[in-house]
Design a binder for this molecule. Sequence first.
Ligand code: PEP
Length: 254
Amino acid sequence: MRPKFVAGNWKMHTTAATARQLASAVVRGLGADGRVVVAVCPPFPYLALVGDVLRGSSVALGAQNLYPEEEGAFTGEVNPAMLVDVGCKYVILGHSERRRKPELAETDAFINRKVHAALAAGLHAILCLGETLEERKSGQTEAVLKAQLAGSLAGLDPAHMARVVLAYEPVWAIGTGHSATLEQAQQVHAFLRRWIREIFGEETAAAIVIQDGGSVNPDNAGALLRQPDVDGALIGGASLNAEQFLAILRAALS
Ligand code: PEP
């Protein structure tokens, strides 16, 4: 059986003080309950201090991005080894805020380099995928997701896939308060798992964790996480509030 995996994406929020408070509250609230896998992903400058707070707890540390080179003249960038060095287990890659913002415009080919670099360094990659509202309305959801999967996962084998988590985050649901319906989420998650089965085989498809994301909150998390192919959630806004995040973790167990 696949574990439920809930991760908090703090995006470009928090200060050193609030990051420490938030991480402490999550650790305290979760206690030793190991039934749900939990990670928090603070901004780069706070990774080390949040890592200190998480040490010895069951909450893992994740980053929100990396640069796919080992080292060198890449001003402002952070390599995978640095993330491992400060205690990260996970890294979020291919988030729609990086794919779709014109200033960033990350392509599947670039995200694919990041996935390879993350795995080579020993990290687990949380690969985000999702369609826009226009793409959904014009019936392109599966085609868009297929292209994102094929592009971002090119060159990987089933052994690599043991350290890949998928996060289905329809762009129209992120930060909008309009999460995918249970039916929409289950339909897409089942499609993603079928695609993984075709390319990587039954064992990988049965084991891969597929999170849902986009306006997941304490009210909708329980029903969403009971869908057969929804194995967890990537939480943005609600992960900045310890009570809400902990309520989602409790819902994951219901
Ligand atoms: C996200 O951006 O990863 C996300 C899920 O955001 P929100 O929960 O705020 O919609």
